[in-house]
Every structure is written in C-alpha cells, then in structure tokens.
Design a protein around this ligand. Structure first.
Ligand SMILES: Nc1nc2c(c(=O)[nH]1)N[C@H]1C(S)=C(S)[C@@H](COP(=O)(O)OP(=O)(O)OC[C@H]3O[C@@H](n4cnc5c(=O)[nH]c(N)nc54)[C@H](O)[C@@H]3O)O[C@H]1N2
Ligand SMILES: Nc1nc2c(c(=O)[nH]1)N[C@H]1C(S)=C(S)[C@@H](COP(=O)(O)OP(=O)(O)OC[C@H]3O[C@@H](n4cnc5c(=O)[nH]c(N)nc54)[C@H](O)[C@@H]3O)O[C@H]1N2
Ligand code: SF4
Ligand SMILES: [Mo]
Length: 738
C-alpha cells in the first residue's frame, strides 16, 4: 500500500517541502509539496534523491572498525567499547585539549547536530573545536555579533519586498541561497524584476544567477570589501546618510568617513576592475531606490577580507535606511528563538600554534593540521569528526589528510567511508535522512519569512540501529566518564530537566518562577530531540508558554504537515540588540582594525591568475557525488577560464591544465568560457574522489580535481579566522600528452 507523507528537505538552506510516496517500505516518488506554506511545490534535482541516498549500497548501515588497512563490520556495542577503551586514556595522559572535534556542515541541517553536538563538546571539555563555519560564514557571525550583539542576529535580504537587490559573491540559482533561507530563490529574483525592481549581481563569473539579473559586474576576487567601502564613501559624500528610524540607536557612524579615507570610486577602480562611474551610479541607485538591500555571500565572505565585507554590507544597508525595514535587510523571528543577552566577543582563547583567537568557541579549521602535527602540550592526538569531510572541504586538504593519518585515534559519525572517514579507526553511521525526524532549527533563524514545519521520520529505523542523536549521546556518556553502556534515557532526562531548571530561575524566560516538575510533566510524552523541540517551540516567541491558551507546540505542528506560516519579517530593532550599550556599533574596533590590511592590499599588484570556487545545482559540497541520477550528464568539474586567458596561457577547450599554487598542484579539464572575468579561473570544490581507501563507487568514476589541495592554510581573514577560499594566486599551464 502506497502512503504519502511530507517532510522538509534537509540538504540545503532552502528548506523545501517534499511529498514522499512510500510503497512497501520503498520510496517510489519524491516531488515538491505544492501545499508547503513556504516552498509551494518548488524543488531542485537534489531533493528528489533522498530515496536514492537511502538505498545507496555504499551508505554504511553498521559501524566499521579499521585495523591497519583492513575494515571490518562491528556491532554497535563493539564500536562504542573500542572508542571508550581508547579515547579516555588519551585524555588522561595528554589532557582535555588532546581531543579535537571537527563539525561538518550537515550538523546544522539536522536535529541531532543542532541539539546533541554541544553536550558532547562540553563533556569532552576541549578547546580544540573546529567546524565548517570557518570555511564559510564565520565573518558574518563576527560582524553581526560585534555590530548587533549576537552572532545569530544576522540581517537577511527581504527579497520578497525589495525594490533593489545588490548581490555579491552568491549564486543562488545553483546554491538555492545561503544565510537567506528561501525556497525558489531564482523565482523570487525574477519577481523583483517583474515588480519593476532591479537586480545587480557582482561576481568574477557571469553566473546562472547573473543571467537572472538586470546587470552583472565583474569584480576582481578578494576586492569586495574595497568596493563596498567605496560605495559607503560615495553615499556619504552625497550627504545622503539616512539611518531613518534607527538614527538614535547607532554608535560610531560619524567615524565612517575618516575610517574609509582612501576608499572611493576612483581609488578602487583599478584593483576591483569596476569603473569609478559605475560605482558612483550604483551608489546613487542604492541611495535612491524606495527600498534596497545589499547581500553578500560565500564569494564575499570566504575571501581575504570577509569580515570587512560583511560589516560594510550591513553599513550600506544602515546608511541607506534599509536596515530593519521591509524591503531592506531584516531580522527573522524564528519559532525557536531564545533570548540574546550576553554581548558577543571573540578571542577568549587562542589556538596553540598560530595564536589565532577563537570565535564562537571555535578555532579556524585552517589551523587543524598544524594542531595535530605540532608536538607539545595541547597537541591534538584524537579527533572526532561529525558530518564533515575536511580532507576535501578545507584548506590544504591533502596535508590535512596526512595529518589525520598520524592521529592516535579518529572517530567519525558519517554515513560514508569517504576521503576523511577512511582515516578513522571507527566509523559510526547515522540512519538515513528519511529514517530521521526533522525540524530546521538553524535555517529558519535566517529565513526571509517566519515559518515552522516539523517532519516526522518517513521510514522506521530497523535492525536496532541507534538514531544519530543516540550515537552522539552515547559518545557524550563516554566523554563524561559514564562508560559505553550508560543509561541514555536517564542522561536525556537529566539534560532536559537541567534546561527547565535553569529557565525557571531566568526572569527573561516565559516559564520564570514556574514549577519545574509541572513543566517536565507537560513534556512527559516525548523523548530525545522531540522533547527539546517541543520545549523550544513552547518557550519561543510564538509558543504557548506551557499555558492553557493559544500558542505553538510540537503537537500543533504535527497537525500541520505542510507547515505554519508565521508571516513576513517585521522590524525588530532596537529591541533585539544585545550589545553592551544596546546600540548598533557601526564601527566595531575589532573590525575596523583590519582596514589597514585592506589598504595595503590595494597597493599590491594582483597575481596574473586568481582562482575562485563555484557550485552546481546537482552537487552538494563534497558529498552526494555517489548518487547516480545526480551524476548523469556532462562533466561539471572543469576549470573555467576566459578566452583571453586561454589564448595567453595556451589552454584549449576540452584540454587539460595543471594548476599550481603555494599549497599544491592539481590537474583538471579545461572549459573556455566568456562567463569568466579575464585573470580569473573557476573550479568547483568538494571533488577529488580519487582516494583508493574511500568506498564511493559512483563518485570514483567522476573524481574531478580537489580545489582545496590548492588552498593555502596560512591565508585567513584576520578578524574571523575564516579560510580564504576565493582569489587564490595560481599558475596555470597546459598539460600536453604524448
Ligand atoms: N574551496 C572551497 N572549499 C569549500 C567551499 C567553497 O566554496 N570553496 N565551501 C565551504 C562550505 S560553505 C562548507 S559548508 C564546507 C562543507 O564542508 P564539510 O562539512 O566538511 O563537508 P561536506 O562536503 O558538507 O561533507 C559532509 C559530510 O557529512 C556526511 N553527512 C551527510 N549527511 C549526514 C548526516 O545527516 N549525519 C552525519 N553524521 N553525516 C552526514 C557526508 O557523508 C560527508 O562526509 O565546505 C567548504 N569548502
Ligand atoms: N547545489 C548546491 N547547493 C548548495 C551547496 C552546494 O555545494 N551545492 N552548498 C551549500 C552551502 S554549504 C553553502 S554555504 C551555500 C553557498 O551559497 P552561495 O553563497 O550562493 O555560494 P556559491 O554558489 O558558491 O556562490 C559564490 C559565488 O561567489 C563568486 N565569487 C568567488 N569569489 C568572489 C569574490 O571575490 N567576489 C565576488 N563578488 N564573488 C566571488 C563565485 O563565482 C560564485 O558565483 O550553498 C549551499 N547550497
Ligand atoms: S533547493 Fe535545497 S532544500 Fe530545496 S529540494 Fe533542493 S536541496 Fe532540497
Ligand atoms: Mo556552507
């Protein structure tokens, strides 16, 4: 008997609703859920492959233990016993920081990762915590944290109401958007133009998204911050500063002209490649549009001056009166939002080897290899990776692979034996995505509309396998010294009761001064992530506050399989500010201190060729390359170069090239394309599936080149520690065969 159910796709930030048909335990069809309150039927090619992902014969169903080069299946008890026996002695002998943790991107796409990773990190007690955030959005957390007080107080573009979208370093037609959750970004971009708005895309490649815009500007990689600074200068020079309603809630805005001396349209024209007249025109358009929003993403953040660029983006929105107003850059109000109070700081501790300050309790993943390889007190000797493939997705990834091999112990929670987990001693595979429930805790905090949608598991977990949260909780028990066979139900109970106990003493909590026993009793029918989620919803901004009246609960969401629309974004400042003085800091010291580095960069001649990354709609970072239907069709891994560079460098379309950087050398197929700005080449990341120890049969037939073998681990954005993944100086030479 076929049954239809609904769930939110967990693969990217767009959170599309899926309609899943299951017949006799097998997925027979996945299509977009037309009744989904947010996505209204939109889906991309990846969303329909969750069934294939579930069926993938290479997806691990049982723990794996490695002895030398030999992998064997293990029972769950054996796997956890092995970990307990080896992990704790390392910590006893070498201290807490000898255990490192790497948290990959899918953690933020699931309930287990968002709710059960933090307790594990806490139980380990280590400061050596690394994640994909420092190859991604850390600059946005740092600039938002310093400007608004909390690293999650991130302004998102109100694309459904804006009259003018200036977008840099983002390609939502391929990525479906980032730090701006919206199903069908392309459709929403087209809607801006349909209502006579204007879309301008700034990118060293004329992307699929640029093709949807009114105007595309090439920019030299790594110079976005300088160009944004020039836009600020030009707008201020016009005397147009108008922070509108927020004028009395800002500190430091009067310092901007002095701070940005030297960054104007004329000065940045050469380095950025954008003519001064164009910059001045865009400045006027931004200031004059009824509403406008500047939005920058990965190409702007994962670059040499990512934090400056992220800050200047919000400064532009601020001085044009577009911050926190409809059609501008706005702050979502997620159903699970918790109070934001303590002012944000960075640098509470530093990495051991290069002394890079922490941000959000993390150290830059660009420093992971050196922390493993450099002897001394605090050296990482054991590593736990959860949902990550740093051996392909982080700087100098080949070097990192070698470092991983030198560890005394490595444990990975991952469904695949890939280029990273093949270095592990134990792999613990979570159930497939369809076997798990879902609620997008992370991305509805960054959504262009407020929504809530709960997805129960589509398929049951068979064979007594643990859910991913149970795997994490078992590791937490081991790390807490409770042993591999601790009572998980009791641990989960203690965790929930602890949270309730803290909140009843918190005057800002809606359950302040309530009886914790009564609250626990009202949650008694649920366990695990569902109980925490119910709690977060009920104590959240739309929740029932454990009263008897109206308000959101998990039960209410269960009754709405297509989700609940909580409305368009609404102005939230100054109330949401959690800086020490409750003002917007328009010129945070830790950020403006990086301006001299940017000024110096403008004085340096750029390398003849700079390499950048790209994404494709049928790919997802370094994984999902083992899904046959996504891999069909033409090669998507080619090195793109402009016709002028091809001629200059002797490269031919369809030929091969050797790409050489300070970090390494790779070979790739060449595609000559006028999409590329002269002087810039593009390679996608997440490829290089050529490791014979990995077990990815389909991916191995389409290996591609590993872009991150070329990324220099020494190069970081100073205020955030984020890796510099774009604008890498390279030399490109033809590979001649025969
Ligand atoms: N040069 C360059 N490098 C980049 C980027 C770039 O643009 N250019 N982009 C960067 C960005 S934005 C990111 S986010 C990172 C991503 O970097 P990572 O997070 O390190 O890597 P992913 O490729 O996302 O790999 C995800 C891993 O999680 C596993 N996985 C998938 N689902 C689950 C799950 O539900 N549970 C568990 N436990 N495991 C799961 C997969 O098998 C895979 O091993 O890459 C970064 N690297
Ligand atoms: N299909 C697919 N979707 C994905 C992912 C995926 O791998 N595949 N990954 C997901 C993840 S983890 C993330 S973080 C998001 C990222 O989503 P986006 O932020 O949209 O990232 P990209 O698609 O990589 O687009 C970055 C753009 O920046 C441009 N660029 C490079 N350097 C520069 C520069 O210096 N200046 C400017 N202005 N532009 C530059 C590149 O040419 C590229 O077009 O996508 C998510 N969605
Ligand atoms: S756009 Fe993202 S969320 Fe939507 S179906 Fe595709 S992968 Fe899933
Ligand atoms: Mo990402």
């Amino acid at each position: 008997m076929a049954a239809t159910s609904y769930r939110t796709c967990p693969l990217c930030e767009a959170t599309c609703g899926l309609e899943v048909t299951v017949d006799d335990g097998r997925v027979t069809r996945i299509r977009g859920d037309r009744a989904d309150v947010f996505s209204q039927g939109f889906i991309c090619p990846k969303g329909s492959t969750l069934g294939e992902l579930h069926e993938d014969p290479d997806r691990l169903r049982r723990p794996q233990i490695r002895r030398g080069a030999v992998w064997t299946d293990a029972t769950w008890d054996e796997a956890f016993a092995e970990i307990a026996a080896r992990l704790l002695p390392i910590r006893e002998q070498h201290g807490r920081n000898s255990i490192g943790v790497y948290l990959g991107n899918p953690n933020v796409h699931g309930l287990a990762g968002t709710l059960y990773v933090r307790p594990l990190v806490k139980a380990l007690g280590t400061r050596n915590v690394f994640s994909a955030s420092t190859v991604d959005q850390m600059p946005k957390h740092v600039s938002s944290g310093l400007m608004f007080g909390h690293p999650l107080t991130i302004a998102v573009p109100d694309i459904d109401r804006t009259d003018y979208l200036l977008m840099l370093g983002a390609n939502p037609k391929a990525s479906n958007g980032s730090l701006a959750t919206a199903p069908d970004w392309p459709g929403r971009m087209e809607a801006i133009r349909a209502r006579r708005g204007r879309v301008v895309v700034v990118d060293p490649r004329r992307t699929e998204s640029a093709d949807l815009a009114d105007e595309h500007l090439f920019i030299r990689p790594g110079t976005d911050a300088a160009w944004l600074a020039a836009l600020v200068t030009e707008i201020l020079r016009r005397g147009d500063r108008d922070a509108g309603r927020l004028a009395g809630d800002i500190r430091g805005i009067e310092r901007l002209p002095d701070l940005l001396v030297g960054f104007d349209a004329d000065r940045v024209a050469g380095p950025t490649g954008i003519p001064a007249a164009t910059t001045r025109r865009i400045a006027c358009e931004l200031a004059d549009a009824p509403t406008a929003v500047v939005y920058g993403r990965l190409g702007t953040h994962a670059a040499a001056f990512g934090t400056l660029a992220s800050w200047l983006t919000d400064v532009l929105n601020l001085i044009t009166g577009n911050l926190d107003r409809p059609g501008g850059a706005m702050f979502p109000r997620a159903a699970t939002e918790t109070p934001r109070r303590r002012p944000f700081t960075t640098g509470r501790w530093k990495s051991r080897v290069r002394q890079q300050p922490e941000a959000l309790g993390e150290l830059p993943v660009a420093a992971l290899a050196e922390e493993i390889l450099t002897p001394g007190d605090g050296q990482i000797r054991a590593l736990i990776t959860v949902a990550g493939n740093p051996a392909r997705s982080t700087p100098d990834s080949e070097g990192l692979g070698r470092a991983l091999e030198s560890l005394d112990l490595m444990v990975s929670i991952d469904p695949y034996r890939n280029e990273t987990t093949r270095h592990a001693d134990v792999i613990l595979p979570p159930p497939s995505h369809l076997e798990r429930s879902h609620y997008d805790l992370a991305f509805w905090q960054l959504s262009v509309r407020n929504v809530a949608n709960y997805s129960p598991a589509t398929l049951p977990i068979t064979d007594g396998r643990p859910d991913e949260w149970q795997i994490l909780l078992r590791l937490t028990a081991i790390a807490a010294g409770l042993g591999a066979d601790a009572d998980l139900a009791m641990l989960d109970e203690i965790g929930m009761a602890g949270q309730v106990g803290r909140d009843v003493t918190d005057p800002d909590s809606p359950i302040f001064s309530r009886d914790p026993g009564e609250i626990m009793a009202m949650l008694a029918s649920r366990r695990g992530p569902e109980r925490i989620l119910d709690y977060l919803l009920r104590t959240g901004p739309y929740g029932d506050a454990f009263g008897t009246g109206e308000g959101l609960t998990l039960a209410a969401l269960e009754a709405e399989p297509h989700g609940v629309d909580l409305g368009p974004l609404e102005p939230r400042l100054p109330g949401l500010l959690s800086t020490a003085d409750h003002l917007i800091d328009a010129a945070p010291e830790a950020i403006v201190a990086d301006l001299p580095r940017l000024a110096a960069h403008l004085e340096t001649a750029p390398a003849a060729m700079l390499l950048i990354g790209r994404r494709h709609i049928r790919s997802n970072n370094s994984w999902m390359h083992n899904i046959p239907s996504l891999m069909r069709g033409r090669d998507r891994t080619a090195l793109l170069v402009s016709p002028a560079d091809a001629a200059r460098l002797g490269l031919s379309d369809g030929g091969r090239a050797r790409v050489h950087s300070a970090a390494g050398t790779v070979e790739a197929n060449v595609a000559v394309s006028d999409e590329m700005m002269p002087g810039v080449a593009s390679l996608p990341h997440g490829w290089g599936h050529d490791d014979p120890q990995a077990s990815l049969a389909v991916a191995a037939r389409h290996p591609g080149a590993n872009l991150n073998a070329l990324v220099d681990a020494a190069a970081i954005d100073v205020p955030s520690g984020n890796a510099v993944l774009n604008g890498i100086p390279v030399e490109i030479t033809p590979v001649t065969t025969g």
